[in-house]
Design a protein around this ligand. Structure first.
Ligand code: KG4
Ligand code: ZN
Length: 394
């Protein structure tokens, strides 16, 4: 079954063609990062205007890349929530209109469910005319299998941080969620505090990596010098990241003040101007080690996410743990969780980077499993900006 997926919940406009919910024949994303960068975040009105212009070209490009005509498409799926109302409306309306015009079944997809189903996706070399036979054989040998139930999924995106138990397809039990900021939101806000730009997650990861590399090269201890709080919220699987964000703000302000009064910094005395973009003169002059601040923050957030996910995996005796959402692209989180799970022989799965952040392939993947069960939506389906996963009550 070939599904055309459409995604426009935030600032990206995506279209993808996916076979049987797994094999990605085309995945096209028109990003607006450069436009929103200068505002330090997404401006909704700007996003939806751009999406209106991008939607049809993105779909046409996806069809071309997949070498497929409309007659081969079996169904159309578009995200209907959660997300920005104006943005969702563009993708949903385009999807429903095309379904009507082409007389194809239509399905609205929950964006969070789509992030989870990114774990079923594989990049298919079969669709790549450049790929040789040997390469295709190797790919088949190394393709990960479908995720195995029961599993725990940690969804960490710009707007959500949820720990969910899945015993089967579309069966979601909420174990815990953030009580304030989402993990991605914390990355974005702290990146802004440190002047590292938008989107914050990749910027923090990069700054932390460079700083840690530099410490290694100078044979300095790789330990992060800044002590940051962790909200464990014991006895629950809930998260809280706003305290960590505030601590970062105070720490950064304190360091600037220390620097201005000539006190030494806890970074082995190193002052590395490459990383110093914090919006203060002292920082700009290269006197505060922004990369180490970023590394300490990343370590604190990853610590809580990895330990709580491992505890849930243990309690519910799952076979696998999945990572989903933009923050699943974080290398430190992947490595730390792998470390936590290895002694328990629980396997960790996460999507390739391009399927972690918003894309339409994951929308088509999630849709496939609903379509298989004969589910469809009527064309009066409306956007639901605050849609949550359909949790079971237990
Ligand atoms: O899933 P996503 O693309 O959009 C939402 O549904 O929200 O997630 C975007 C979030 C942003 O907050 C971004 O900073 C974060 O994912 N992110 C990362 C990384 N790449 C993206 N966070 C940490 N490390 C990364 N490498
Ligand atoms: Zn998302």
């Amino acid at each position: 079954m070939l599904v055309l997926g459409i995604e426009s919940s935030c600032d990206e406009t995506g279209a993808a063609i996916v076979k049987d919910g797994r094999y990605v024949l085309a995945n096209v994303v028109a990003s607006q990062t450069e436009i929103h960068e200068r505002y330090g975040g997404v401006v909704p009105e700007v996003a939806s205007r751009q999406q209106l212009a991008a939607a049809l070209p993105v779909i046409e490009t996806a069809l071309q890349q997949a070498h497929c005509g409309w007659e081969e498409i079996d169904a159309i799926a578009a995200t209907y929530g959660p997300g920005l109302a104006g943005s969702l409306l563009v993708g949903l309306t385009v999807g429903k209109t095309l379904a009507l015009a082409r007389d194809l079944p239509f399905l609205g997809v929950n964006h969070l469910e789509a992030h989870i189903y990114a774990n079923w996706l594989r990049q298919s070399l079969d669709s790549d005319p450049q790929a040789g036979a040997a390469e295709k054989e190797t790919e088949r040998a190394y393709l990960p299998g479908d995720p195995l139930f029961p599993l725990v999924c940690l969804i960490v995106s710009g707007a959500h941080s949820e720990l969910v138990l899945m015993r089967d397809h579309a069966d979601y039990l909420l174990l815990g969620r953030t009580r304030d900021d989402a993990a991605g939101e914390a990355f974005d806000k702290v990146a802004r505090i440190l002047g590292l730009g938008y989107p914050g997650g990749p910027a923090i990861q990069q700054a932390a990596r460079l700083a840690e590399e530099e410490l290694r090269q100078q044979s300095l201890p790789a330990r992060n010098p800044y002590r940051l709080p962790r909200a464990w919220l014991r006895g629950t699987y809930d998260f809280s990241f706003s305290g960590l964000k505030t601590a970062m703000l105070h720490l950064a302000e304190g360091l600037v003040a220390d620097q201005q009064s000539g006190r030494p910094l806890p970074s082995g005395g190193r002052q590395i101007s490459r990383y110093t973009t914090m919006g203060s003169e002292a920082a700009r002059r290269g006197q505060i080690h922004i990369g180490l601040l970023a590394a300490s923050f990343q370590e604190a957030i990853v610590d809580v996410l990895a330990v709580k996910t491992r505890m849930a995996a243990q309690e519910y005796h799952v076979r696998q743990v999945l990572l989903a959402g933009g923050v699943a692209a974080n290398v430190a989180l992947r490595a730390r969780l792998e470390e936590e799970l290895a002694p328990l022989s629980i396997q960790l799965q996460y999507p390739p980077i391009e399927f972690c952040t918003d894309n339409a392939a994951m929308v088509a993947a999630a849709a496939f499993f609903h379509l298989l069960r004969g589910e469809r939506h009527d064309l009066d389906l409306d956007v639901e900006p605050s849609l949550s996963l359909p949790f079971r009550q237990e």
